[in-house]
Design a protein around this ligand. Structure first.
Ligand code: AVJ
Length: 325
């Protein structure tokens, strides 16, 4: 019996809808300049992100892990037998906590990870299969949008779409709205949506998390330029840009930028794109929105994704919501 299937919705390792690079052209020709955060995650970027998750200043992963550990068994009890769909599964480290809980209850283990990195999907799926003898994995390599529109109805009595790690924070309010509609469309009435979000908190805690002492976040941010150089035959000189991250208190979001140290021109050959930078001009590479539990619950309810249970840690740093359609 075959326990692993990996379907590539997009070719080759990343994002074809955009590997034409039209999103890069669009972002770099507008003012202010922006780039989509998914370009962080080439092999080195995924590796750096794993390192970020271990940093003392980056409380997000650690805190969400603690919350999951304390509520996973309750989640499994509520949903019963269900297919676990995970958007942006990455290394699937936190997912193991959920799988353990379902396994302990003797529930079937059916996991559908979705990620833009096919390499990451394959290695994490192989490692999971080795550790969970009854697990079935159906992986999809592609963007959330595409994957959500293509998954078939659940083979188990229910389905839970998991979007943990506060990746929702990368979407602006309008994108968030569209995304939640896509989640809803992939669920049947009575099925579940598990959402992990970073919460609003004092500026100094947030800014430390995105400006770590060891400079891993800076390397992660700058690596996006190396990724673009590789993907589009570019000539970004990473020594001529610097990492800049701050909390925008009006928008309740961390913004990560790359700031040009001088006047310079950069070419992305295969995109036939020449970009000019003024000294101090920035490219915004990421927004990371910080939520209030009240307003996100309102928003979910308005979308008919009704929060059934909300968990947080003792310091209210992070929130986990189990919603039902
Ligand atoms: C993966 C989007 C949740 O916003 O905290 C970590 C990415 N960026 N450090 C976040 C990230 C800089 C992360 N998310």
């Amino acid at each position: 019996e075959q326990r692993l299937q990996i379907q590539r919705l997009l070719e080759p390792t990343l994002i074809v809808a955009s590997s034409a690079g039209s999103d890069v052209v669009k972002g770099l020709t507008q003012t202010p300049k922006t780039l989509p955060p998914r370009y962080f995650y080439d092999d080195r970027g995924s590796d750096l992100f794993e390192q970020i998750c271990e940093l003392p200043e980056y409380y997000l992963t650690r805190t969400e892990t603690q919350i999951l550990q304390s509520c996973a068994s309750e989640i499994a009890a509520i949903t019963g037998a269900c297919e676990i769909v995970e958007l942006g599964s990455g290394s699937s480290t936190k997912t193991r906590i959920l799988l353990d809980a379902y396994q302990q209850k003797g529930l079937p283990l059916h996991y559908l990870p979705i990620d833009v990195s096919a390499g990451m999907l394959e290695s994490s799926a192989l490692s999971l299969l080795a550790d969970y003898p009854s697990l079935q994995v159906d992986a999809l390599a592609g963007t959330y949008e595409l994957a959500l529109s293509q998954i078939e109805p659940s083979q188990l009595p229910s389905r839970m779409i998991c979007f943990i790690g506060s990746t929702l924070g990368n979407l602006n309010p309008q994108e968030c709205d569209v995304f939640l509609s896509q989640v809803k469309a992939a669920l049947q009435a009575g099925e579940y949506f598990l959402l992990g979000i970073d919460l609003q908190k004092p500026k100094h805690i947030l800014e430390a998390a995105y400006n770590d002492n060891q400079g891993v976040t800076a390397a992660f941010n700058l690596n996006m330029l190396e990724h673009l150089n590789w993907r589009f035959q570019g000539n970004f000189d990473t020594t001529q840009f610097e990492h800049w991250a701050f909390y925008n208190e009006t928008e309740h979001q961390i913004e990560m930028h790359l700031k040009s140290k001088r006047s310079q021109a950069v070419e992305l050959h295969t995109l036939k794109l020449n970009v000019h930078f003024e000294p101090g001009e920035t490219i915004r590479t990421e927004i990371s929105r910080k939520f209030s539990l009240n307003s996100i619950q309102q928003e979910l309810k308005a979308k008919n994704l009704v929060p059934q249970k909300v968990w947080t840690d003792e310091n209210q740093l992070f929130g986990l919501l189990l919603c039902q359609l």
